[in-house]
Design a protein around this ligand. Structure first.
Ligand code: ATP
Length: 226
């Protein structure tokens, strides 16, 4: 499938978001501006295929994303939470999700936003060759992954991405593109945040409404350590 040229450009940011943290929000704002997207969708996985079972339920994880976005004025309403994976079969394969989105809005040009750690995992994703015909890729730096690993990872993917190293851009033979953004680095992860919460700490990189939600629902082993 070829992407419509003058289409609405939509970024798809899938993940477990268990819980969503400031790194996810900053990354979304950065990608929206830098890649000139019209919209960006956070897409929480009902059941992620390659990860541990989420600690918090889909309903809680979605509510936390919505609370974080409501608190973030810079989005201008262009960043939203999309609950589509609740309606699709589990586990939540991105290929199924993108196909379902295209059935609803085939005029969009979709870009998949992933951290560099997820790029290295991509060859193991369900129907990855098919997926890479449906989306462009936006890869964001993650502290433990070296730049050379990005080039190697893209070279072995189905559409045979050819690099334009200076621009940090790659072109697939199928007309799709990949871009690597190394101008933002966010040393934070949901697992580190869960560990802090379980010790009764208040992680600095949690948006305040998300921390309030976690406390009021006593998620992630949170208790008042008074
Ligand atoms: P966990 O620590 O539980 O594995 P996580 O912080 O990696 O979680 P996910 O919800 O799995 O969060 O992430 C969703 C997407 O966001 C993934 O593509 C991941 O690579 C990316 N991502 C998450 N945190 C960052 C970060 N700090 N910098 C860049 N990318 C990130």
């Amino acid at each position: 499938m070829t992407a419509p040229d003058a289409a609405l450009r939509v970024g798809l940011f899938g993940g477990t978001f268990d819980p969503v943290h400031q790194g996810h929000i900053d990354l979304a704002l950065h990608v929206l501006a830098r890649c000139r997207l019209d919209r960006l969708l956070f897409i929480p996985a009902l059941l992620p295929p390659h990860k541990h079972r989420p600690t918090a339920s889909f309903v809680h994880r979605t509510a936390m994303i919505e609370a974080a976005l409501a608190n973030c004025r810079e989005t201008g309403g262009r960043i939203r939470c999309c609950r589509i994976e609740a309606r699709l079969p589990a586990p939540s394969y991105t290929n199924n999700t993108v196909r379902a989105l295209l059935r609803e809005e085939d005029e969009c040009r979709y870009s998949l936003i992933i951290g560099a750690d997820s790029l290295l995992d991509l060859p193991h994703w369900h129907r990855i060759d098919e997926l890479l015909h449906l989306v462009d890729l936006i890869v964001v730096k993650r502290e433990t992954i070296e730049a050379a690993a990005i080039d190697r990872a893209l070279a072995i993917l189905g559409p045979a991405f050819v690099s334009d190293a200076e621009q940090q851009q790659w072109h697939g033979l199928n007309g799709r593109t990949a871009v690597y953004l190394d101008d933002i680095e966010l040393p934070v992860s949901s697992s580190a945040i869960r560990a802090e919460l379980a010790q009764g700490k208040e992680p600095a990189l949690l948006p305040p409404p998300v921390l309030a939600y976690i406390k009021s629902h006593r998620l992630y082993g949170w208790k008042d350590f008074l």
